[in-house]
Design a protein. Structure first.
Length: 506
């Protein structure tokens, strides 16, 4: 349905979805309470939800609508980005529903299908629905088969659109990823499947495309003639918390490298798309991921580590193996770093260093493009002792913005050149705060805009890179220990030092 307030092609005015229901499976879990429900409230507070909207929770709790409404209210008050307004909540609370049931309960899913049909008459949802699988991946098959059995995933039968949101990890390896993709695609049509990677919803990630393609300043030097290397970092200062069962099965490479960091790499390295529609963006990202090859020398270019006890922010923290639910002899990596190359004319010979880890000194995610040093410096050697390489750093979180590092003369009577920084921060440049990633991505799901969602081909291409690394680590010894509060194991520093480089310290 066309918005009558917008002229064709005008993307500046707010986009409001058609009437619909958002069904959240696992509505009482951490993801729903900390991210999804606050995002729904923020969308309502900004006037971006349609009048005919229903939030329908489904979980194994003996609750009624009022119980879930109270839980949702508390979640919105604690986690919402925008100011909590009683008037907004009252409008939203009238459209909050809850259905109890287990995933193998046929009667519960029959009730869910009937409820969705009734919501068209009672709330004007037009029969449209998006299903968010906020559940463990092991539960996907039974839920999807229940939806197939009841016909609630069939657009033709429902005479409306039906979409599904799948949370990462998208499988455990390439084989399981293909099985999951086949299962999802057997129930939903390909254009109705939204594989969510919340990093792609962050404003700074999207700004990377604006930075490259809306300016003539950077694109001419965005290649191997001028770029020495690229470092993509996702560092966390926290441990695994209560996620031991998940983390023991997954590890850092599957949890972060396979999805978040490879997607950031693809956006950094891709060619200019013909447009910013979903298919054009995916086409260019697929080319990058298809040109990625696992390291030939895995022993030298794939490093894993596991945090040991240490000091972080003035507090003593325990080792990973001492965490509740972790095996005493666990070989699961909490740190992973790899060196990759992209076999294209633009990037031939440029190393892309990716790293992620827990219990590192600070929480930060950034993309650092390190440029080659000037081939000739007409200065005395002592004049440039403190001059490093030029860098363009895109800070994804927490201090969203962009930093450009370059050399400048130090004031005084002698020639001395050192690094200075020119800094752009979102919070200072714009009066409106950036929306949370889930806020943007949920809105895109309801709008049917798949631009920021990877397709199954991208997922499978990522697994082709990660699988050989995981297989190599499985056959090797234990991960290298690093003290909590340090920037990872020594092996990660050695990996770069062999090539005369070092990790950037954010």
């Amino acid at each position: 349905m066309t918005n009558p307030l917008r002229s064709p092609g005008d993307r500046r005015l707010p986009r409001v979805p058609e009437p619909c229901a958002l069904v959240v499976f696992g509505a009482t879990g951490d993801l729903a309470r900390k991210k999804l429900i606050p995002a729904v409230y923020d969308l309502a507070n900004r006037g971006l939800l349609p009048a005919g909207f229903v939030l329908l929770g489904f979980a194994r709790r003996d609750w009624g609508h009022g119980d879930f409404e109270q839980v949702a209210r508390t979640a919105a008050q604690k986690g919402a980005r925008t100011e909590f307004r009683e008037s907004t909540w009252q409008r939203l609370s009238d459209s909050i529903k809850f259905l109890p049931g287990s995933f193998d309960d046929d009667a519960a899913f029959d009730t869910l299908a009937a409820t969705l049909a009734d919501l068209d008459a009672t709330h004007g949802t037009m029969g449209n629905a998006a299903f968010y699988l906020s559940i463990p991946p092991a539960a996907f098959p039974v839920v999807l088969k229940q939806m197939q059995r009841t016909g609630m995933a069939d657009n033709s039968e429902c005479r409306a659109w039906r979409r599904v949101v799948v949370e990462k990890p998208f499988g455990h390896d390439l084989a399981s990823s293909r099985e999951l993709n086949d299962l999802v695609d057997d129930v939903f049509t390909a254009q109705d499947v939204f594989r969510i990677d919340h990093y792609l919803g962050k404003e700074t990630v999207q700004n990377l495309m604006a930075l490259r393609f809306a300016n003539t300043l950077f694109e001419p030097i965005w290649n191997s003639h001028h770029v020495d290397s690229v470092q993509i970092t996702m560092a966390e200062d926290v441990g695994i918390g209560t996620r031991a069962a998940f983390y023991e099965e997954t590890g850092a490479a599957r949890d972060v490298l396979q999805n978040h960091l490879l997607q950031l790499l693809a956006l950094t390295a891709m060619e200019e798309p013909v447009g910013f529609d979903a298919e054009s963006l995916r086409t260019e990202k697929r080319k990058v991921l298809g040109a990625l090859k696992p390291p030939v020398d895995l022993a030298a270019h794939a490093v894993r580590g596991q945090y040991d006890q240490g000091w972080l922010a003035g507090e003593r923290v325990q080792a990973y193996r001492a965490e509740e639910g972790v095996a005493a002899d666990s070989r699961t990596e909490t740190y992973a770093a790899v060196r990759l190359e992209i076999e294209t004319r633009r990037w031939a010979g440029v190393p892309f260093y990716l790293r992620t880890g827990k219990r590192l000194p600070r929480r930060v995610t950034e993309i650092a493009v390190v440029f080659r040093k000037a081939p000739h410096l007409p200065f005395a050697k002592t004049d440039t002792e403190e001059l490093g390489a030029n860098q363009l750093v895109v800070r994804v979180q927490p201090d969203e913005g962009v930093t450009l590092r370059f050399g400048s003369k130090v004031p005084g009577t002698v020639m001395e050149v050192r690094d200075v920084a020119m800094d752009f921060q979102y919070g200072e440049a714009f009066t409106e705060a950036s929306p949370e990633a889930y806020e943007r991505l949920l809105l895109d799901v309801l709008l049917g805009d798949a631009s920021l969602f990877p397709r199954n081909e991208e997922v499978e291409q990522s697994w082709r890179v990660i699988d050989p690394i995981e297989q190599f680590w499985a056959e090797e010894g234990e991960p290298e220990l690093y003290r909590a509060g340090e920037w990872g194991p020594k092996g990660a520093d050695t990996m770069l030092a062999r090539e005369g480089r070092c990790w950037r310290r954010p």
